[in-house]
Design a protein around this ligand. Structure first.
Ligand code: GLN
Length: 208
């Protein structure tokens, strides 16, 4: 059982805990440096990225979090969590910092008033079946993906809303709110090692 920490300073911590617990992970909440030490992976929840940023500094978590991320800790950020994972912010509020790790620029609140919050059926080629119904809530978009970053989901207008870079995963939307656990599942697989593709496993078992 992987031990997955959730940064629990602000945001939708409970919803992530429910999704991860349902998938069999051992969940612990991270509010101080000592609670970060024992985790195999970390979730940065949705919420308000500028508030979470400030609280990581108040609680002395900024340096330990940055060290853990650059040390290779698998991290999944949703919405505000994606903002926190970005190396660059197109439009942070004054003084807002990110933790960094993902070689991307993130634009906060990218959908303007009309589309501030919406649910949509999103094409996600890496999932089976390759669509997911997801919730965007004052969501960011990803711009300027570095060479090591792959887009996992792109809106019909071309804007990138989910990315992966090694064992870092970021989504502009909230799979923890719509009950689709396949993103959490994919994240847990980066922690425990991906299972062999069904086709190849079957081939290995039955030569016919
Ligand atoms: N707009 C928020 C931010 O930039 C994110 C909103 C969310 O997490 N639902 O921090």
């Amino acid at each position: 059982r992987p031990r997955v920490g959730i940064l629990a300073l602000q945001g939708d911590v409970r919803e992530h805990a429910a999704a991860l617990t349902a998938l069999g992970a051992d969940v612990s909440l991270v509010r101080r440096e000592s609670e970060l030490a024992g985790v195999d992976a970390l979730v940065l929840p949705g919420g308000e990225s500028s508030v979470i940023d400030k609280l990581t500094r108040t609680f002395g978590l900024r340096a330990p979090l940055r060290a853990a991320i650059s040390g290779g800790l698998p991290v999944f950020g949703t919405c505000a969590g994606l903002v926190l994972l970005a190396d660059r912010l197109a439009n942070g509020i004054e003084g807002q910092l990110t933790l960094g790790g993902l070689d991307v620029t993130v634009r906060r609140n990218a959908f303007g008033r009309q589309g501030e919050s919406f649910e949509t059926e999103l094409a996600v080629p890496a999932l089976q079946p390759p669509t997911a119904s997801v919730a965007f809530i004052r969501a960011p978009v990803v711009e300027n993906l570095g060479p090591g970053v792959s887009a996992l989901a792109t809106l019909p207008d071309g804007r990138v809303v989910a990315v992966e870079q090694g064992n870092l995963l970021g989504t502009a939307f909230h799979p923890e709110l719509t009950g689709d656990r396949r993103f959490h599942q994919r994240f847990l697989e980066t922690v425990t090692g991906r299972p062999a593709a069904a086709g190849s496993a079957r081939a290995a078992l039955s030569p016919a």
